[in-house]
Structure formats: C-alpha cells, structure tokens
Design a binder for this molecule. Structure first.
Ligand code: AMP
Ligand code: ZN
Length: 114
C-alpha cells in the first residue's frame, strides 16, 4: 500500500473535496487555499515531481494541463486570469512528493512569486 497522501486521495482511501476525476487525472481542493480558487490537479499515477518526468509522461502532462484549463473555465476564473504552479523539490517549496499542479485564481496576483 502506498504511504503517499495524494495516492490515498486518488484511490479514495481518504476522503477529500474532489472536483474532477478521470482515468488519468484527479483534482481536489487544497486544504489551505492561497486564493478563492485553489485546486490541485494530479496524475492518478504516482510521479514524484517534474524532475521524475520521463518522455512516456508527455501526453499525461498535457492532459493534466487540459484539466487545469477546463477547471479554470468551470470555476469562472478564465476571463480574469489564473495561475498554474508546479513546485519541484525543496527550494521551490514542494512539500508533497506526488506531482501536482496548483490552479489558483479569483484574486489579483503579483510577480515575482515569493
Ligand atoms: P506543495 O507545497 O507545492 O508540495 O503543495 C502541497 C499542497 O498540498 C499545499 O498547498 C497543501 O496545502 C496541500 N495539502 C496538504 N495536505 C492536504 C490535504 N490533506 N488535503 C488537501 N490539500 C493538502
Ligand atoms: Zn502518490
């Protein structure tokens, strides 16, 4: 059995606020939202992060971005704008080692990120 929290969400072993799922992707609301919309979009397959991505994951990664775009449309944040963030390893602030896109929107954002 996987010890990974996000694998447990994907496999419905631990309940979470699911907003989307299909055969390759799973999306749920962040427990500590940093914006009015803060959704995490993850592959069902356990991949640690972008540094662990291989060429066979290319279409999966494209699919995950498509899910982000679809959810942004559904959340009504498309026109105003939104941000998709993928933290990789410690200096970037990665705390959960199951690859996840943060979909953030519903407020004005600044650049550069902290
Ligand atoms: P990162 O720091 O990029 O690895 O992002 C991990 C994200 O997972 C953070 O935004 C956390 O708030 C979120 N998170 C951690 N535990 C949970 C949980 N139990 N349910 C939903 N989101 C979580
Ligand atoms: Zn996992």
């Amino acid at each position: 059995m996987s010890e990974c929290l996000f694998c447990k969400f994907v496999n419905h072993e631990i309940p979470t606020q699911v907003v989307y799922e299909d055969e390759r992707a799973f999306a749920f609301r962040d427990i500590n939202p940093q914006a009015p919309t803060h959704i995490l979009v993850v592959p069902r397959q356990h991949i640690e992060n972008l540094a662990a991505m291989h060429t066979e994951h290319e279409s999966l990664m494209g699919h995950l971005l498509w899910v982000c775009a679809e959810l942004a449309r559904q959340e009504g944040i498309e026109a105003e704008g939104y941000r998709v963030v993928l933290n990789t390893n410690r200096a970037a602030g990665q705390s959960v080692y199951h690859l996840h896109f943060h979909l953030l929107g519903g407020r004005h954002m600044t650049w550069p990120p902290g």
